[in-house]
Design a protein. Sequence first.
Length: 460
Amino acid sequence: MKLTDRARGVIENLAVASRSVFTQVSSREYWRTTAVRTAGYWRSEWAQASPVRVYLATAVAATFLVASSLTAIRQMDLTGSWNRVYTNGTYVGMVPNDPQVLSEMNKIATGYSVDVHFSPVHTAVNGQYDWQTVASLPTQAAAVLVNGKTVVYTSNQAAAQKILAELKKTLVPAHLGTAASVSFVGDVTVAPVVVGVAEVLNPTAAFRYLLRPTVDQVTGRSGMILGLPVALSINPSKSSVTHTSSGPLLSVQAVQTVTRKTSLAYSTHYVSTNQLGIGEIKVIHAGSPGVAQEQVKQEFVNGHLASQKVLSEKILKQPQTEIAERGTNAGIAYGGWVWPTTTYLVTSPFGWRVMGGYSNFHPGIDLGCPIGTPIFATNNGVVEDAGWNNGGYGNWVKINNGNGLETVFGHMSNVIVHAGQMVAKGQLLGYSGDTGWATGPHLHYEVRQWGTAINPGPYM
């Protein structure tokens, strides 16, 4: 028996309804509406159709109703209890109807001044549904990125740009002029994002965080100091901003070119002399530094001078070389010997002689010279004694010339060296006189080898 077009349409609608139950948000509401529509249809058909048609239509409809009912029951078994979430009146998604989750979300909302509302619903949700993001109360924000990596979230892009401008002012040395080129190190960008509200810092907090980040504290949008943000405790893996550095998270580079005058060091030219002991220096002509004008490129990073390079140099004043004598006298005689005075008259030689009718041994050589004639050291040495001698030498100087040699200068009128002083070959020791056992003005010059007087001829 053929069905009417109207009956066939109802059956097809039921079939479609039974298959669509799997995707309905509320199966109870659907079946209530379907039952009302079906009852109305059959009341109308009952008045028109023949008993056979009515029977067949009823049988077919009953079959589909049974199948659909079983499907609906199975679908209800697969659904769960959820909550639609609205923040500030805007639907953002669903979260499980879990008291702990809802409690944590309420804490976030309270701490960050967000109006959150929950609407219970019984529905099936795909296992891959990211409800953790919804639980973090996502909001529009701006991300500050360095080389593509997020370092902080703040309220909006205008605030982010203002933060970056303030960081540049803070991390650039105050003495740099307006001509300095200032930029961030690396690729620093700002991008719009949607993130959990607990990850968004207010502009002041974001500025401080970028300048001096900390691990254990985060200042939220409301300005409150919190411990670990609540949203992160729901799903810590969702946080994309983690740092352990105590220095600025962004580095600011400032480059300038300056003109400056610098001092050029002078060199010293040394002249060796035995007039000074080894290690002694005597400046003969003082040196003076030069002056140069330089063009220098300076690079500062976070307020500290990182590098500088001289681009050009102009000498304004050449440095003047210093001339100094450097002593070589070790206090030991070396090389040839020099004459002890300016006169060459030998009035009494070395050896045996007769004086006053008596023969005696003369241990040195006498050189006749007027009182006040300069007396010089005949070689390098160290003064052992200088001044008055009670043994007949009067004012004398005795020098140790090393290697067992000693030289003696007697009958002097004035002595200008002192015991312990190192003297050099040809150095002035004092002036001649007639002090001590002397018959007239002269210099008594004597040489001793291991304490014994020897002929001074080879030593003068």
